[in-house]
Design a protein around this ligand. Structure first.
Ligand SMILES: *[C@@H]1O[C@H](CO)[C@@H](O)[C@H](O)[C@H]1NC(C)=O
Ligand SMILES: *[C@@H]1O[C@H](CO)[C@@H](O)[C@H](O)[C@H]1NC(C)=O
Ligand SMILES: *[C@@H]1O[C@H](CO)[C@@H](O)[C@H](O)[C@H]1NC(C)=O
Ligand SMILES: *[C@@H]1O[C@H](CO)[C@@H](O)[C@H](O)[C@H]1NC(C)=O
Length: 367
């Protein structure tokens, strides 16, 4: 099977798992989000600590920006571990953004759509990531692409809510999990076209990286694409036994071009501003070891998600017309790596974070 055709399928499923059109007049949830800020963070290692975290990207990083009408992350049982009810995170609890903030020794930054709540929420940085988004538009104009997310940020800078100096002393996370490819395929993209589309995604991503550097960023973490062929949607056919190797090879092409682009950017600017946060290898390592590298977290059947639709027509969080749950949830989310068809549990992210830590230490030690 052509690797690009495989990539086509896996990406389609990545997005279809969580974009759901549902009529809902409510948009914002304020109260429970605050709890994210009360943890004590202590495992950073810097000579000069970064002051803020700015985040751009999609559901792997979104902590509450996506509209209620667009994300099942606003439905039960999302958020059951943390903060205790649905709050917009695509997991049972904490996600990559929260763990990166923990590493940096700052509180998890406020979600941009909630910033109207007060100036003091600017202190830890800002999260501009929207679930389902990409470098290009993925769902018409409904989800801000990375360019638009950066416009939001630039606007705050223009209003002097953040300064270039703030950005210079901060870390930026750009986290993209494959929605551009999903959207491309939905718009009738051909397999041959997709081969040309991958470099286009990388080119746009490179422009976005250049832009954030031009605004003042000195440390930018950009994620590699996770092994899409290991997502539960794709492994369901094998009863969650095996990753689709062909699809993962295709993901490798994206990651190879990304690696080249990052090296080129650093070389051109004679800096080490950009570094890759290697989700591909950290996911793979956790899945192969069935746990984290320290043996604290254990995932007996790592490819099987905690929360599943009762058949292929349903997904985690879906209800039928009478309001009956059309999904099942495992008894202990800590024992599962994947939460739903596409996203890790809090425990899953913690295990991934454990693997990323040495790379974070190495790349951020100049702070
Ligand atoms: C991998 O995924 C493709 C669809 O993208 C499918 O045709 C192929 O059979 C899968 N391979 C395995 C080993 O499951
Ligand atoms: C991002 O979204 C805006 C608004 O929809 C659109 O005008 C722009 O072309 C998009 N950028 C890219 C790179 O696709
Ligand atoms: C910010 O200000 C600059 C300079 O005036 C302008 O070029 C840019 O369009 C503004 N950006 C936004 C998003 O308002
Ligand atoms: C870095 O850039 C220089 C020119 O500025 C070039 O000669 C060299 O090959 C580049 N190295 C890499 C690894 O891209």
């Amino acid at each position: 099977m052509d690797p690009f055709l495989s990539l086509f399928f896996s990406c389609f499923l990545l997005t279809s798992g969580y974009i759901v059109v549902q009529a809902s007049p409510h948009h914002h949830h304020h109260h429970h989000h605050r709890r994210a800020e009360h943890e004590v963070y202590d495992d950073h290692a810097f000579s000069r600590r970064p002051t803020k975290l700015f985040v751009f990207g999609d559901s792997y990083a979104d902590t509450g920006n996506i509209r209620k009408s667009l994300g099942n992350s606003w439905k039960e049982p999302y958020g059951s571990t943390f903060p205790g009810k649905p709050a917009g995170r695509f997991s049972d609890g904490r996600i990559l953004t929260d763990y990166l903030a923990k590493f940096l020794g700052v509180k998890s930054p406020w979600a941009y759509t909630w910033m109207k709540l007060g100036g003091k929420k600017l202190r830890n940085g800002m999260n501009f990531a929207y679930g389902g988004s990409g470098v290009f538009n993925t769902l018409g104009d409904l989800l801000p692409n990375v360019t638009t997310q950066m416009d939001f940020f630039e606007k705050l800078m223009n209003e002097s809510l953040y300064t270039k100096r703030d950005l210079q002393s901060s870390v930026v996370l750009l986290c993209l999990a494959g929605n551009d490819y999903a959207a491309y395929v939905l718009k009738d993209g051909s397999v041959q076209g997709l081969q040309k589309f991958i470099p286009k995604v990388i080119n746009q991503l490179t422009l976005d990286l250049k832009r954030i550097k031009a605004l003042g960023a000195t440390k930018v973490a950009v994620t590699s694409l996770e092994p899409l062929g290991c997502l539960p949607r794709m492994t369901q056919m094998s009863a969650f036994q095996q990753c689709n190797v062909t699809q993962n090879l295709a993901v490798g092409y994206h990651n190879f071009l990304l690696q080249q682009a990052v090296e080129k950017l650093n070389n051109e600017t004679r800096t080490s501003t950009f570094f890759i946060l290697d989700l591909y290898n950290s996911f793979t390592s956790v899945l192969e070891q069935k746990g984290d590298s320290q043996g604290i977290l254990k995932f007996e059947t790592p490819l099987k998600p905690c929360c599943m639709g009762i058949n292929s027509g349903y997904w985690c969080g879906s209800l039928d017309e009478k309001g009956a749950k059309m999904y099942t949830v495992c008894s202990d989310p800590k024992s599962a790596f994947f939460w739903d068809a596409s996203h890790p549990t809090e425990a899953g992210w913690r295990a991934v974070y454990t693997n990323l830590k040495s790379s974070l230490e190495q790349n951020l030690k100049s702070y």
